[in-house]
Design a protein around this ligand. Sequence first.
Ligand code: 5GP
Ligand code: ZN
Length: 113
Amino acid sequence: MADCIFCSIASGEVNAKVVYDDADVVAFLDRNPVAPTHVIIVPRRHIDRLGAAGEADAELLGKLQLAAGKIAKILKVENAFRLVTNNGKGAGQSVDHLHYHLLAGRKLLWPPG
Ligand code: 5GP
Ligand code: ZN
């Protein structure tokens, strides 16, 4: 999608520190990390947010979660990590391309702020 920063990163047009990629998913270090490990995991296909996903995206959503598990292993944080998505501005979404934050490397409080 035009003017989407995560589409541009997924296509390689904009640089990011990619830690994992496959045919459907790209993951890169957040430019403004809030934990020692802070990875953004996106589908290559543009979807605005989780709530905008439909039945046709079911397999892709599964692949995103499986990728998160693989990335946690690659980064050696598989025993303690958090996977979160902010859906909508009120929940803190600032980039309108579905993404999961993989957070690890510090004590993660519950409930989150
Ligand atoms: P949101 O607030 O939408 O849940 O999360 C967006 C995240 O993407 C933020 O944590 C922000 O730091 C990160 N981000 C936004 N633009 C870029 C970028 O161009 N490069 C990288 N590496 N991270 C970005
Ligand atoms: Zn996009």
